[in-house]
Design a protein around this ligand. Structure first.
Ligand SMILES: Nc1ncnc2c1ncn2[C@@H]1O[C@H](COP(=O)(O)OP(=O)(O)O)[C@@H](O)[C@H]1O
Ligand SMILES: [Mg+2]
Length: 387
């Protein structure tokens, strides 16, 4: 959808801002450009809507060389969230949001109706906030308006330059999550700039890590964190990249252990016999509808009296995550409940448990899979335990 072919930009004063950029943003994909200040991110972004012209190479949008496209027409296809938000101070929030639709010739009433819809979409009540002026908003609210304005004309492409840069970390995380939720629904092709590796990893389907004017690595967040391509990237993503990687690696059914299962209402002695055969020290306990109740130890079952049901001996356990959740969430559940494992559910259905050892394996396997360029399920189990 957006394709850079050997793109370079040398400014008139001789500064080489970027050089030899080649990468692609697929339709509906969110790519983050991350790197330190001055490495050429904004320059890259502004070449896409021709606010800056490259000095070498070419950029294609939908297969078309944009050098041949009228810049005004080109920009209509692209929402642009600029680094400093850039709202017009003397226009209301509603009019700010309606700017682009009005520019491209929508009738005023329709443009304003659309603007109200968009404000609502980014979590600002149009009745409350629409009539206000930018100065009457918090930093986070202004950034939401920036996003709403960029989306207003429903462009297929969204260019965002540090869109959540001007707010504190808590608000930023909320805005990031909201934007990800929004992106799930609207599926724009997004190029997003940030200098924050955490943000790049959280938001990007793929990330371009910039060194000075060049891309050092272009890959999925998990791959960048797991196998940095150069020492520069390794330094940039930091020594805690293993921890960061936890947040981008999902819990998969293959990672799970399947301990014996006992039912709340079943006779304890039957469950005890089953555990003896399997040699397990504990069992997961489910209720009559198959939902997680907790666990029971083999010792407790052994000491059970004749008529005890499993329920009399079981302990509650609330540590669970849905399958597909990030490993980090599973780990955090374990810590929060001071538990040695966490149940993994598919809807209400119990799939298995994730233990710290399995969590480590899952992490290692995803690193190895990226290194080999194959799916995680194809990586041999032994390569993990041998490592
Ligand atoms: N108009 C300009 N003229 C000369 N140099 C520029 C101009 N704009 C940016 N630069 C330089 O190009 C490099 C990349 O800038 P920029 O794309 O803004 O980086 P980033 O957005 O990653 O901070 C920097 O060295 C910057 O000083
Ligand atoms: Mg910049």
């Amino acid at each position: 959808m957006i394709r850079f072919e050997q793109v370079g930009k040398v400014y008139p004063d001789g500064t080489t801002a970027v050089d030899g950029l080649s990468f692609e943003v697929a339709e509906g994909e969110l790519v983050t450009l991350v790197g330190p200040s001055g490495c050429g991110k904004t320059t890259t972004m502004m070449m896409v809507n021709r606010l800056i012209e490259p000095t070498s190479g070419r950029i294609l949008v939908d297969g078309e060389d944009i050098a041949a496209v009228d810049p005004v027409k080109l920009r209509r296809r692209m929402g642009y969230v600029i680094q400093q938000v850039g709202l017009f101070p003397h226009r209301t929030v509603l009019d700010n949001t309606a700017t682009v639709p009005a520019l491209v010739g929508w009738k005023r009433a329709r443009a304003r109706e659309r603007a109200a819809e968009l404000l609502d979409l980014v979590g600002l009540d149009p009745k409350t906030y629409g009539p206000r002026y930018p100065a009457q908003l918090s930093g986070g609210q202004r950034q939401r308006v920036g996003v709403a304005r960029a989306l207003a004309a429903d462009p297929p492409v969204l260019l965002m330059d540090e869109p959540f840069g001007a707010v504190d970390p808590v608000v930023r995380e909320r805005l990031q999550n909201e934007f990800l939720g929004l992106q799930e629904r609207v599926r724009k092709t997004v190029l997003m700039v940030t200098h924050d590796i955490e943000e790049a990893v959280r938001m990007g389907d793929r990330i371009a890590v910039y060194g000075e004017g060049r891309i050092e690595q272009f890959d999925t967040p998990a791959a960048v964190l797991g196998t940095p391509a150069t020492p520069y990237v390794a330094r940039f993503v930091g020594s805690d990249r293993g921890l960061k990687r936890l947040s981008v690696t999902a819990v998969e059914p293959k990672d799970l252990e399947e301990p014996p299962v006992a039912r709340l209402e079943e006779p304890a002695r039957e469950a005890a016999a089953r555990l003896r055969t399997s040699g397990a020290r504990w069992a997961v306990v489910l209720n009559a509808s198959g939902e997680l109740h907790g666990w029971v130890s083999a010792d407790a079952l052994r000491r059970a009296r004749e008529r005890d049901a499993v329920g009399a001996l079981a302990r509650r356990m609330d540590a669970w995550v849905p399958v597909g959740a990030p490993l980090k969430q599973a780990f955090s559940e374990m810590l929060q409940h001071d538990a040695g494992w966490v149940a993994v559910l598919d809807g209400a259905r119990f799939l298995g448990v994730l233990t710290p050892a399995k969590l480590h394996e899952a992490l290692r396997r995803s690193v190895d899979a990226d290194a080999q360029g194959v799916g995680r399920e194809e990586v041999d189990f032994d390569s993990v335990s041998d490592a």
